[in-house]
Design a protein around this ligand. Structure first.
Ligand code: SF4
Ligand code: FE
Length: 480
């Protein structure tokens, strides 16, 4: 296993092609905008080294028996899945942002199920390839970006009917030694902090779309891959001199638009090629795992609740009954989210490949709650924090020899709490509910791992409505 420092050094060796604010950046690791997101991934290495988190953060590889980081593990039991949920909460609370490493883990696990199923039905040899790949990732303790979401163009049209065929990533050439692909993947969490990128189709496909039914893995710096970093609200605060206005002093996340401009993939890295019948299952398996992974937001919620209680105390308002009640409400919502992630994990079951799947219905119910509860928790945090959170002068003014004294005087709360502490906690709440971290806590909660409607469709499909009707009819004496 790598430690955090070794991880950072390993990123320096990559030759990524990255653009940010219209410029190509050569040093991703030290870029002030990207650095906090690297810190968050580094935490997945750092905590794995701590003996007190060993059970949560590490596992024994089913391929080699060696101790590995849980983010590279193929789940072998429901206990493994429960530990994965706990790991999400732990790291969410440690970083208060998206720590990015779950997507690759979810991609490998989904592929470990589906490659086995494809081989069974089609006589292909994908599962062995995937296992070799997983072994490589485990032995080198790598971060994998899991790339599913295509740009999608006209949402009313399937891939092959799009005016521009590249709006879904597809195979453009078959060679003796591999395939060539073109297209893009959008919203890629942690893309430039990854050693590898695992690509999967974005939706269920028909035969006409079989060139789009492709899954593969590549080193993140493979020739032809280009990263364009997404903007986040308040991102340029990271370029400012002071630290207070950032809110979160250490961690952050990033997303990128990843372009695949005629990229070659050798056969040994291809895990699905034109088996369009399995694209839908792969999407569903990945989505279920990633919906479980949204235990991360429970951890971020822990931080936001802690910040809210702190500001209530700094304001001298913590004893007001409505404040106490609102904080209870925040906790109840946050723990309800935790229940969902733990439940879908504990009801995990063994797939034919031996990999453990989460309970798909419960994973979808959990993620549906995640599209709502963080918004309510954030609303209550803003209610308790008060308007100063958004009208507060800058740190530069606070430090100013001319006006700083007035900020010190008029922005204070309780007399025994230094004004600076009040400013710091307000900035953290701002960061989590409006700033760079709101990307992860709110919009990503809405759209990450599939937008709300995607879960509702799955819930409708997975509930056993006939059984429910039968019970109701029996008890009311209806005979049909
Ligand atoms: Fe992991 Fe959560 Fe970030 Fe998804 S949003 S990659 S589940 S931390
Ligand atoms: Fe996400």
């Amino acid at each position: 296993m790598m430690n955090a420092k070794q991880y950072e050094e390993s990123l320096r060796k990559l030759k990524l092609v990255v653009y940010l604010f219209g410029k190509k950046i050569d040093n991703v690791v030290d870029d002030p905008i990207i650095r906090p997101s690297m810190n968050a991934v580094a935490a997945t290495y750092e905590l794995a080294e701590k003996p007190e988190y060993a059970e949560i953060m590490t596992a024994a590889s089913h391929l080699t028996g060696k101790k590995i980081n849980r983010f590279t593990h193929i789940h072998q039991s429901a206990h493994d899945l429960v530990m994965k949920s706990k790991m999400g909460r732990l790291l969410g609370a440690h970083t208060a942002c998206c720590f990015q490493r779950c997507v690759g883990c979810d991609a490998m696990n989904a592929l470990s199920i589906v490659t086995y199923d494809i081989d069974k039905k089609m006589g292909t040899g994908y599962h062995k390839r995937l296992q070799d790949y997983v072994r490589y990732v485990q032995e080198n303790d790598l971060v994998c970006d899991g790339a599913m979401t295509d740009p999608k163009g006209d949402r009313g049209l399937p891939p092959h009917l799009q005016k521009d065929p590249d709006l879904f990533l597809h195979v453009v050439e078959e060679r003796k030694d591999g395939i060539v692909v073109r297209g893009a993947k959008a919203h890629q969490t942690g893309a430039v902090n990854s050693h590898e990128i695992i690509v999967m189709p974005t939706l269920a496909l028909r035969e006409e779309d079989k060139d789009y039914a492709v899954a593969f893995a590549l080193p993140s710096d493979a020739e032809g891959i280009i990263y364009i970093i997404g903007r986040q609200s308040c991102d340029t605060r990271k370029l400012e001199e002071g630290m207070i206005d950032r809110g979160n002093q250490i961690f952050g996340g990033h997303e990128a638009l990843v372009i695949f401009e005629n990229v070659f993939v050798p056969w040994e890295r291809v895990f699905m090629y034109r088996e369009y019948q399995f694209a839908g299952t792969l999407v569903e398996k990945f989505a279920a795992y990633h919906r479980q992974s949204y235990a991360c937001k429970v951890g971020v919620g822990d931080v936001l609740i802690g910040a809210t209680q702190t500001i209530a105390e700094y304001n001298g308002a913590e004893k007001a009954s409505h404040v106490k009640d609102k904080i209870i409400e925040m906790n109840q919502l946050n723990e309800t989210l935790y229940c969902g992630s733990i439940a879908c994990a504990s009801e995990g079951f063994k797939e034919p490949s031996g990999t453990y799947s989460v309970n798909t219905l419960l994973a979808n119910v959990h993620k549906q709650n995640v599209t709502r509860f963080p918004f309510e928790i954030a609303r209550l945090a803003q209610d308790i924090a008060g308007g100063l959170m958004v009208t507060l002068p800058s740190e530069a003014d606070f430090r100013s020899p001319e006006v700083g004294k007035w900020i010190e005087k008029y922005c204070q709360g309780r007399a025994d709490v230094p004004t600076e502490q009040r400013l710091r906690i307000l900035r953290l709440i701002e960061n989590l509910t409006l700033g760079t971290a709101a990307v992860g806590y709110l919009t990503e909660s809405m759209h990450g791992a599939g937008s709300p409607q995607a879960q509702r469709i799955m819930i409708a499909r997975l509930v056993d409505m006939e059984a429910k009707k039968k019970r109701a009819k029996k008890l009311s004496g209806i005979e049909e």
